[in-house]
Write a new protein. Structure first.
Length: 125
């Protein structure tokens, strides 16, 4: 009578023999057919890939040109908006400077009036 280990060994041996047959069939029959089929179809697939690649390059070029035009347009609009903001800011700053100038002129006028009065007092002596 066979022991459990021997039975297991026989099962594993049969399994390995089946795997060996499967590998041999794949090597002798499936691999040559697959290689032959691949060699027959590969040039056609490669040509189609090259055609598609060429079309994609054209599409990408057109998209890039369109995108550049959009960026140029957006840039121009942004510069216009920035210029308008700049002009508004300059106008606001001009008003501030004019106001400060008017105050300074007022202070100087007052100061010169006081100096004239003081000068008039001292010139009487």
């Amino acid at each position: 009578m066979l022991t459990e280990t021997e039975k297991r060994g026989f099962r594993e041996c049969r399994l390995l023999e089946n795997l060996n047959k499967l590998v041999y069939e794949a090597k002798e029959q499936v691999l040559p057919r697959s290689t032959k089929s691949m060699q027959a179809n590969l040039p056609d697939a490669l040509n189609r890939l090259e055609d598609v690649n060429h079309m994609m390059q054209k599409i990408q070029q057109r998209e890039l040109e369109n995108q550049n035009n959009i960026f140029l347009q957006e840039g121009m609009e942004k510069r216009k908006a920035d210029w308008e903001d700049f002009l508004k800011e300059q106008s606001r700053l001009k008003e501030e400077v004019d106001e400060e100038h008017a105050k300074a002129v007022g202070r100087l006028s007052t100061q010169y009036s006081e100096m004239k009065k003081d000068h008039a007092k001292f010139s009487q002596f």
